[in-house]
Design a protein around this ligand. Structure first.
Ligand code: DGL
Length: 272
């Protein structure tokens, strides 16, 4: 595997939300090349059956792996919840998913005993987060609530004001009533709403700490690069190449907002 050091890391998501993971990776791993695939022709994954999401995830993985990768990061929580075990079993490169990273982030403070999770209906339905969190610590209780409207709100750029505030409030109230002391944002899109979510928790009288799986993911990536001796050795700074399965123009526009820097050329591909 040591020959592969200068190959890129592949990252995929159902759309552009996975760029929150890319953004976090670029901050701590500026030398790594990243190939990003956003399956925006078939977004959202969060409302589909586990069988369909697993098939889509394999289409994404096959596309990226064929281009040559040293590691695959499944940035989509819904795809991670259903497809990471089979990808890990059948691919001969390290495959990392956000569920494990998010679960670890939720347990970052041993004082946390009541953990709240919001995610898509698909992610919540699999029970992947409670399973992973309770595998790491049997002493915690996990409370989940699907928050399906938050993805389209972020896609529309509607991240401030009364409409997202009311949606966030509705999704958080049962978790606040359950007296959570940490809230895990178990979806690629939710970090974009983090300040609104933090403010709304406070307005509902909760002091819960907010954690997200995107930032936690970078710790797993760094650890895996070190463990497999895969850190890039080439001298040039790392590059990001983006692929999408539909409308590259609008992707580039919103992606620039996610990353805070222009994404450059975005290539449309057919992966199905
Ligand atoms: N990427 C998805 C996730 O993190 C959110 C968007 C979708 O439903 O596809 O679960």
């Amino acid at each position: 595997m040591t020959d592969n050091k200068n190959l890129p890391i592949g990252v995929f998501d159902s759309g552009l939300g996975g760029l929150t993971v890319v953004h976090a990776m670029q901050a701590v791993l500026p030398d790594e090349d990243i190939l990003y695939l956003g399956d925006n022709a078939r977004v959202p994954y969060g409302t589909r059956s586990p069988q369909t999401v697993e098939r889509y995830a394999w289409n994404c993985a096959d596309f990226l792996v064929q281009r040559g990768l040293k590691m695959l990061v499944v940035a989509c929580n819904t795809a991670s919840a259903v497809a990471v075990p089979s990808l890990q079993q059948r691919l001969d490169i390290p495959v990392l998913g956000v569920i494990h990273a998010g679960a670890r982030a939720a347990l970052c403070d041993p004082a946390h005993r009541r953990i709240g999770v919001i995610g898509t209906a698909g992610t919540v339905g699999t029970g992947a987060y409670p399973r992973e969190i309770q595998a790491l610590s049997s002493e915690v209780s996990v409370f989940q609530n699907p928050a399906p409207l938050l993805v389209p709100l972020v896609e529309e750029g509607w991240i401030e004001g009364e409409v997202p505030r009311l949606a966030v409030q509705k999704y958080l109230r049962p978790l606040v009533d359950a007296r959570i002391d940490v809230l895990l944002l178990g979806c690629t899109h939710y970090p974009v709403l983090e300040s609104l979510i933090t403010a709304e928790l406070a307005a509902l009288g909760s002091c819960a700490q907010v954690v997200n799986s995107a930032e936690a993911m970078t710790i797993d990536v760094i650890e895996a690069l070190n463990r497999h001796e895969l850190n890039r050795t080439a001298a040039a700074p790392g590059k990001l190449q983006c692929f999408v399965t539909d409308l590259p123009g609008s992707f580039a526009e919103v992606a620039t907002r996610f990353l805070g820097t222009p994404v450059g050329s975005v290539v449309k591909v057919d992966i199905s």
